[in-house]
Design a protein around this ligand. Structure first.
Ligand code: CDP
Ligand code: CDP
Length: 225
């Protein structure tokens, strides 16, 4: 279904940006503030990468990755005000953030067929509710017609510090390089996205700046919870 048809039913706020720029933190607060559903598209790519790795497939083996895509059942649903993902009925839980998934997720995410399947699932969420969706290509590819687009950035030094504070092993530079240079749907700030450099900002400050832009773009305060 073309995404412009679903936009007639619900609104979507697109939050894109590189790893550890603060997308999840601000998307959670924003969705809570507005009463929108929070959908982290990265979780879908991570769940698929987790399944690929668990099956003993090398993340860089595109042919085996596509075969695997057609063998599994991925279900993207909703629980409370959060989006959920299962693969063959299993929720990977904290394994989604493992160092193995961090190391393999960008390789599987550059495969065209994987993106086609997951983008279709992302668009289906607009049939359910108004959403805040975070990722890499939400404003550029998944919902290009939404008027509400943000590109959240921060310096590589600040982002690496944030991840290491979380105690997570994650080669951000390697992931950035694959995500930004892939042929299909690379990480880019759309021309019409508001770019926010969060290097010296708290999450609250980022939230206030986003809300300010949304009100100026006509997202009415009365729509809030
Ligand atoms: O939270 P973090 O920014 O570290 O990563 P994520 O949003 O969970 O995304 C994990 C990986 O999934 C990214 O590095 C991309 O390779 C891929 N991804 C993508 O290609 N497109 C999206 N819309 C979301 C994630
Ligand atoms: O979703 P993404 O990978 O873009 O980033 P995140 O998971 O929201 O944020 C990564 C870490 O940076 C978290 O521990 C946040 O608390 C922290 N953070 C911060 O200190 N200041 C910000 N403005 C944004 C995030």
């Amino acid at each position: 279904m073309p995404s412009d048809m679903t936009l007639e039913k619900h609104r979507v706020i697109a939050i894109d940006g590189p790893a550890a720029s603060g997308k999840s933190s601000v998307s959670e607060k924003l969705s809570d503030h507005l009463g929108f559903l929070h959908v982290n598209s990265g979780i879908m790519y991570r769940a698929f990468a987790w399944s690929v790795l668990r099956s003993g497939i090398h993340a860089g083996d595109a042919r085996a990755v596509v075969e695997h895509l057609h063998e599994i059942q991925m279900h993207c649903g909703v629980s409370g005000d959060k989006a959920t993902v299962t693969v063959d009925g299993v929720d990977p839980g904290s394994e989604l953030k493992s160092s193995e998934v961090n190391a393999g997720v960008s390789a599987v995410s550059q495969v065209l067929e994987v993106r086609e399947v997951l983008v279709a699932k992302q668009r289906e969420y607009l049939n359910v509710a108004d959403i805040v969706m975070e990722g890499r290509d939400i404003g550029s590819v998944v919902f290009p017609e939404t008027p509400y687009k943000f590109f959240i950035d921060a310096s590589i030094e600040v982002r690496a510090q944030r991840r290491s504070k979380e105690g997570i092993i994650d080669d951000l530079a390697a992931r950035d390089a694959i995500d930004s240079n892939r042929v299909v749907s690379p990480l880019v700030a759309s021309d019409d996205a508001v770019v926010i450099d969060t290097s010296d900002m708290t999450i609250e400050e980022v939230l206030v700046e986003i809300l300010d832009h949304l009100y100026h773009k006509g997202l009415n305060q009365l729509d809030e919870k």
